[in-house]
Design a protein around this ligand. Structure first.
Ligand code: NOJ
Length: 544
């Protein structure tokens, strides 16, 4: 299936649209908003998990892969959503969380009863109650092992302790997971996003990590490529679009995951460019965005993937990340310009764009100022860890407000009315504190809106094969204030030129743009072609 010229729109169902008035988004809500997504021009929706789950990690803790969590609706609601999506030509991509299950999953429950067959579905190890098998850390904080007293064993959980890691070494586990894929394919699903798929293969022997938190033993683990090839072959993944979420991965591995000859996945999400504001690589230590590093990383990944036949997913944000404008752009006077500039920069590169709900209207961070407003398990854990490590309440809250995943999880802003038109009922999580005036309703018919701009970008990608299929070359690499690249395909050339700053910048732009004409930009006109300057956060696209 061609995945190079599509645009994917990501939906976090809990916060997208509430169809039944209980304050929680649901499948009926998605169905009612598919016309909006169609209007934007997206070809696919990726819906994060709505399967049966105790919701400890908002659905990434699945207790039944074939059932719908009642809070999101029923299988009939799912079928109705599929029917509407099909009628609009929108493909549906589901989120497969195969590294772990909820501890409420039947398999884990049987394992807890001491059933040997099911214990082998997970990673149990002997050990004394006061010493976990290794010092590995959970990604949500604390040790990655949990003790089960009546079994006298520990089990591994790289995420929350209610998310037990599956044992991929066991062929039965792999076979069960392939069946899950077949089940959803039969229901007409056209794509899968695989959650943290590069951590599924654990080492043969578990040992303490003397230099880190254990990730070097299982990231892009020993048999991950073998397992993905098997999944691809046995579940017929060539018939669908697939994207793997890769945690702390390497370029070399992403080439292997996504080069079509390897028959593993269509594309990969990698996150290095979203760590450029982490001090010492630590998410919970703030530092201003290092634009130099951001540029280097994007360039390295673009060139490296092209050279070796790999394919990137292009994205600035998702349900785990702060909002794009708040992080890389401007939330004040240049809010609109910066939102459009960032979209231009990212989505005309080589790869498949993933637009996250609300990004297309320039939604901002949550702006919460009390820990009671947060819902995310990771934020709540880290708030404790940070205050225990000596930060004052105010300092810890500041860090959380910058880094919390809840920044991306506040309700989608549909209107300027109550609860931003998300629901008639008080939502499960508060609205962004800076939501007034920023809503879909105000933007859909405004030609100058962020929404309208995203729509033009999506259309441009579809109409210009140079974007989907062309090669990429970077210009002004040495300049920290400008991001610029040329796309080329059979004599067709496109130049994308972006000002990353709130200042006016100048350069010898005209010489590169000679003989080209302006296709689009985030200011009504531009003077760069006549040797002029780039205004604050200006983005322009030229083509020969
Ligand atoms: C990545 C998902 O995007 C995130 O939301 C989740 O918490 C972890 N994987 C664990 O499943």
């Amino acid at each position: 299936m061609n995945f190079k010229n599509i645009t994917v729109y990501q939906i976090y169902p809990k916060s997208f649209y509430d169809g039944n008035g209980d304050g929680v988004g649901d499948l009926q809500g998605i169905t009612r908003k598919l016309d909006y997504i169609h209007n934007l021009g997206a070809d696919f929706i990726w819906i994060t998990p709505f399967f049966r789950s105790p919701q400890r990690d908002n659905g990434y803790d699945i207790s039944n892969y074939r059932e719908i969590e009642p809070m999101y609706g029923t299988m009939a609601d799912f079928d109705a959503m599929m029917e509407k999506a099909n009628s609009l030509g929108i493909g549906v991509m589901l989120d497969m969380v195969f590294n772990h299950t909820s501890t409420e999953h039947e398999w884990f429950q049987k394992a807890l009863q001491g059933d040997k067959e099911y214990m082998d579905y997970y990673i149990f190890r002997d050990g004394s109650p006061d010493e976990p098998p290794t010092n590995w850390q959970s990604k949500f904080g604390g040790n990655a092992w949990e003790y089960v007293p009546h079994l006298k064993k520990w089990y591994l959980h790289l995420y929350d302790k209610t998310q037990a890691d599956l044992n991929w070494e066991n062929p039965k586990v792999r076979s069960e997971l392939k069946d899950v894929l077949r089940f959803w394919k039969q229901k007409g699903v056209k794509g899968f996003r695989f959650d943290v798929i590069n951590v599924i293969s654990k080492p043969e022997y578990f040992e303490n990590d003397t230099i880190g938190d254990g990730r070097r033993f299982y990231t892009d683990g020993p048999k991950v490529h073998e397992y993905l090839k098997e999944l691809h072959r046995d579940a017929g993944l060539d018939e669908v679009v697939t994207v793997g979420e890769m945690s702390s991965t390497s370029l070399e591995n992403c080439v292997r995951y996504t080069n079509p000859e390897e028959k593993e996945l269509s594309m990969s999400f990698s996150f290095h460019h979203l760590k450029v504001d982490y001090r010492d690589g630590d998410k919970w230590k703030l530092q201003p965005v290092d634009y130099r590093k951001l540029k280097d990383l994007l360039e390295t990944w673009q060139l490296g993937m092209e050279e070796n036949g790999g394919w990137n997913a292009l994205f600035w944000c998702n349900h785990d990340q702060p909002r794009t404008v708040s992080r890389f752009g401007d939330t004040g006077v240049y809010w609109k310009q910066s939102a459009k500039m960032l979209a231009t920069l990212m989505y005309l590169m080589r790869g498949t764009p993933y637009i996250y709900q609300g990004e297309e209207i320039g939604m901002k961070n949550a702006g919460f100022n009390s820990i009671q407003q947060y819902r995310d398990v990771e934020s709540l854990n880290y708030y404790k860890i940070l205050t225990q490590s000596g930060l004052s309440d105010k300092e810890a809250l500041h860090v959380i407000s910058e880094r919390s995943r809840d920044n991306g999880r506040t309700p989608m802003q549909w209107t300027d009315g109550d609860y931003a038109g998300f629901s008639h009922h008080e939502p499960w999580i508060g609205l962004s504190e800076d939501s007034k005036g920023i809503c879909a309703e105000n933007q859909i018919n405004d030609e100058d809106s962020i929404f309208a701009y995203f729509k033009s970008l999506v259309k441009l990608r579809k109409e210009n094969p140079v974007i989907a299929d062309g090669s990429i070359e970077f210009m002004y690499s040495e300049r920290e204030d400008i991001f610029c690249y040329r796309r080329s395909l059979e004599g067709r050339e496109m130049i994308v030129l972006c000002n990353l700053t709130a200042d006016t910048v100048s350069g010898d732009f005209a010489s590169h743009l000679a003989g080209m004409s302006r296709l689009m930009g985030n200011y009504p006109d531009s003077s760069v072609h006549s040797g002029g300057e780039l205004r604050p956060y200006e983005a322009v696209v030229y083509q020969n």
